[in-house]
Design a protein around this ligand. Structure first.
Ligand code: AMP
Length: 315
């Protein structure tokens, strides 16, 4: 299957190819068509499966085919709920990447930062709102956000929302979204409470379940060491000194990758380089070349940046 099989708007096809995507991931292959038809979707999938594009592309296609709304104050037509600010920020970035040739306004709201800039953005008018539940409820209660025009609702990482105690907030928010809408609901697992929430929110959904794309190769030996957060880098040093070859280290954040590199190079005299999304293409290429050549035996990568890297002789 190829992206052209979906007959997406040319503006979206172009953006997808600019992203370097060659073919749809399994969840995209199965969720985009029902999404384009306006069906509700229940996606049982983890991050890393390409689920963001699986919901963003059909929604952007719909929005892009409609007359642009008059500029000035307009209420969001898309609401995406996500449990953490990192995820929310990542989702809005994806909408901006995929929608870069469409004229749509998107905005992300989460707590822990000043409300005023978010408020101003909303007041200027937006099409797509990505939000963490707490801050969104605050904005709703102050009459700053009106969800009465939402046509597409996405709930991402629902099981994490449950773990974080957001379910009552979610129900309060969803009660303000028109019933006549498309709903896409994603969760990595389906505990009973999530099942109930899904059946309350979805109408005749298409269910799509995928396993993570990146399962480890059988030749990889895996083991776990439990350590306190502060002790992690210290534990790493002897492991690296024992290793007889190149080592690839994954960190959850870009910041974390830089921190590990600093500690290794300055603290332990181990040659290491980082690759992640904030590094220029030149810096990434240089780091990879050094790693391939063996001059920099340790490469530290945020998981997104390193996905799909293929390097021989990693020990
Ligand atoms: P997600 O599960 O939505 O967080 O996506 C995980 C990663 O896969 C992101 O870095 C996306 O940019 C990337 N991705 C999504 N769809 C594709 C695709 N069809 N081909 C290659 N990479 C993709």
């Amino acid at each position: 299957m190829r992206f052209t099989d979906f007959h997406l708007l040319p503006a979206l096809e172009q953006a997808v190819s600019e992203q370097g995507y060659e073919k749809p991931t399994p969840i995209q292959a199965r969720a985009i068509v029902p999404g384009l038809e306006g069906r509700d979707v229940l996606g049982i999938a983890q991050t890393g499966t390409g689920k963001t594009a699986a919901f963003a592309l059909p929604i952007l296609d719909r929005l892009g085919r409609e007359q642009p709304q008059p500029s000035g104050r307009r209420h969001p037509r898309v609401l995406v709920l996500a449990p953490t600010r990192e995820l929310a920020a990542q989702i809005v970035e994806s909408f901006r990447d995929y929608g870069r040739h469409l004229h749509l306004k998107s905005c992300v709201v989460f707590g822990g930062v000043g409300q005023k800039p978010q408020e101003d953005e909303i007041r200027r008018g937006i099409d797509i709102l990505v939000a963490c539940p707490g801050r969104l409820l605050d904005l709703m209660n102050q009459g700053i956000v009106d969800l009465g025009s939402v046509e597409h609702l996405v709930l991402d990482e629902a099981d994490r929302m449950l773990d974080m105690g957001f379910l009552p907030d979610i129900r309060r928010i969803v009660a303000k979204v028109p019933r006549e809408r498309q709903t896409m609901f994603f969760s990595a697992t389906m505990p009973e409470e999530i099942n109930r929430l899904a059946s309350d929110m979805l109408r005749d959904p298409v269910t799509v379940q995928v396993t993570p794309v990146a399962t480890a190769a059988e030749t990889v030996e895996q083991y776990v060491i439990h350590v306190a957060r502060e002790a992690k880098v210290n534990q790493l040093e002897p492991l690296l000194k024992d290793a007889n070859g190149r080592v690839l280290i994954f960190t959850r954040t870009k910041h974390g990758a830089d921190r590990v590199v600093r500690k290794l190079t300055r603290g332990a005299g181990i040659e290491a380089a980082a690759i992640h999304g904030d590094k220029s293409q030149g810096a990434r290429t240089k780091a990879l070349e050094g790693f391939r050549a063996g001059t920099t035996p340790v490469l530290v990568a945020s998981d997104i940046a390193a996905r799909g890297l293929d390097i021989d002789e990693i020990l």
